[in-house]
Design a protein around this ligand. Structure first.
Ligand code: HEM
Length: 512
């Protein structure tokens, strides 16, 4: 007679089940498509989580740069079972953007939620398709293309003048300036005016809440992007934990934007046809026959995207530029000499002066090379492809380490040094060759069809903000040198110690 000990049997089954679970989590290889192909090399990984720990580093661009120096400029990583290809050299970056641009023209974020950022209405995370094309056309025509930028030049000139006068007052009162805070006001006021025809009011706290929202959106987006790399079960869990934060920021943003939309609609109802981007988007929303049907949520999400994409990038670059200039007095003197000789000492530098200020343009480019505000950005392969002699399977995320590409010693001489001269054009015969070479290795604004549409605006904004600060003032710091330690906040590369410096006006009267 067989006597069954039910208690032992139960324990035995539990042990078997647990062992199977451990085996499947730790030893079983994840199911990658076509593993037999020649994947890029992969550094040692941890059981289960794979290379996740490498992506959690505080200065992610630097730890990934070290990794590529040790293991190679194209690497195959995995976060749980989520495949990631890390690109760290100019030659590999060039190959993916030139040979596979269409294939990698989506970012591959699964629609997270109906929140207004990184959600299903977002332009930045939209797949490359009809919706993206429709919005991109509007963006270029009504905000960021050359003609639109010509039309909005007056708006930026007004804000720049306000920025300068504020610095002048501080100089007269011998007050120090938090460069980030001042650049943030300039950038938010300029972009809000360009997008919706008015800046956000300082009086009723609207401006403050837009600035706070821009910062929160940045931090939250990083969390959402990381969550999207987890296995679907974990992803759902983390996104559920983030949901409250997402909905809180989304609701505050919704409240603010709904107010602004209603204001614009009232204007439209009174037949005052406006021409800013928001007016155009509202017209498309009301048009039954529009090329692509957009909802109110699309408009709100688009505004959130633009705020997210423009705020920190402009502000941080302005701050890094001033820090580099103060630490490199020879560059500062040469730049000031150029501005004094081209613009003079009576009127303020303007956007239309920029083509005549090649050294100023070179300074801005060099700052963006050394301190790209988006040091790592992502793309997604729709189909399998060959890169650098290796096979990259379909549905793989490409992480492009722009920081490493722009400090790649194989492409840049003295890659860690601040040398704006490297961007000055040489004699005419070499110009075309140089332009082509730079297009390969200079990727501060990304590359290909999903590259940054705000590049021209960024050069105008940073060029004039730096121009005004150098033309109008000498700058004093307490220490001998500015501390250039880095920090990554949200997705942006920022200064660990925000720059506080004191302006001393170079003229007794303010420039006009
Ligand atoms: C210093 C300033 C800036 C830098 C360094 C920068 C950098 C970047 C980078 C690296 C990307 C990803 C490109 C890629 O995937 O190839 C991007 C995308 C984008 N940027 Fe910028 N950006 C700046 C300013 C701006 C401004 C001022 C705006 C608009 C007002 C803007 C709007 C966008 C948008 C909408 C995208 C997404 C494009 C798409 O997915 O199709 N950016 N930017």
């Amino acid at each position: 007679m067989i006597i069954v000990d039910f208690q032992n049997c139960f324990i035995f089954i539990l042990v078997c089940f647990f062992s199977l679970l451990c085996y499947s989590l730790i030893f079983r290889k994840p199911k990658y498509p076509r593993l037999d192909f020649d994947l890029p090399p992969s550094p040692p990984s941890l059981p289960v989580i794979g290379h996740l720990h490498l992506l959690l580093s505080v200065l992610i661009h630097r730890s990934l740069q070290k990794l590529s120096t040790k293991y190679g400029s194209i690497l195959y990583l995995r976060v749980f079972s989520f495949p990631v290809v890390l690109v760290s050299s100019a030659s590999i970056a060039y190959e993916i953007f030139r040979a596979h641009d269409v294939n990698i023209s989506s970012r591959g974020f699964p629609p997270t939620d109906d929140s207004f950022f990184a959600g299903s209405f977002s332009f930045i995370s939209a797949p490359y398709g009809d919706y993206w094309k429709f919005m991109k056309k509007l963006l270029v025509k009504h905000l960021l293309g050359p003609h639109a930028l010509d039309r909005s030049r007056g708006v930026r000139a007004e804000e720049l003048d306000r920025f300068y006068k504020n610095l002048f007052d501080k100089a007269m009162n011998k007050e120090s300036v938090d460069i980030c805070a001042e650049a943030l006001k300039l950038s938010n006021n300029s972009t809000c005016k360009m997008i919706m025809g008015r800046s956000c009011s300082e009086e009723n706290g609207e401006a403050e809440s837009v600035r706070a929202l821009a910062t929160e959106i940045d931090a939250l987006t990083k969390k959402i992007l990381l969550a999207n790399m987890l296995r679907s079960g974990f992803r759902k869990l983390v996104l559920t934990l983030l949901r409250r934060e997402m909905m809180d920021v989304s609701c505050r943003f919704d409240e603010l934007l709904e107010r602004i939309l209603v204001e614009h609609e009232e204007k439209l109802d009174m037949h005052q046809q406006g021409t800013d981007l928001l007016d155009v988007l509202l017209a498309a929303y009301r048009d039954e026959n529009a090329e692509h049907k957009i909802s109110r949520n699309h408009i709100k999400s688009f505004f959130a995207d633009l705020l997210f994409a423009s705020t920190d990038t402009l502000v941080q670059t302005t701050q890094w530029a001033m820090a580099e200039l103060i630490n490199n007095p020879n560059v500062l003197e040469r730049l000031r000499g150029e501005i004094d000789s081209v613009v003079g000492k009576i009127r303020l530098v303007q956007e239309t002066d920029l083509p005549n200020l090649p050294y100023l343009q070179a300074v801005v480019k060099e700052v963006l090379r050394l301190h790209p505000p988006g040091p790592v950005f992502g793309r997604f392969s729709q189909e399998g492809c060959r890169v650098g002699g290796f096979y990259v399977p379909e549905k793989t995320t490409f992480m492009v380490n722009a920081y490493a590409v722009m400090r790649d010693p194989d492409s840049w001489e003295d890659p860690d040094e601040f040398k704006p001269e490297r961007f000055l054009a040489s004699p005419r015969s070499d110009q075309e060759k140089e332009r082509r070479e730079q297009a390969i290795k200079y990727i501060s604004f990304g590359s290909g069809r999903r590259s940054c549409p705000g590049e021209n605006l960024a050069y105008f904004f940073i060029g004039t903000a730096i121009g005004v600060m150098v033309q109008g003032f000498e700058w004093k710091i307490k220490e001998e040198k500015v501390n250039m330690d880095e920090a990554v906040v949200g997705l942006s590369l920022t200064m660990a110690h925000p720059l506080k410096i004191t302006p001393v006006s170079r003229t007794l009267r303010s420039l006009t």
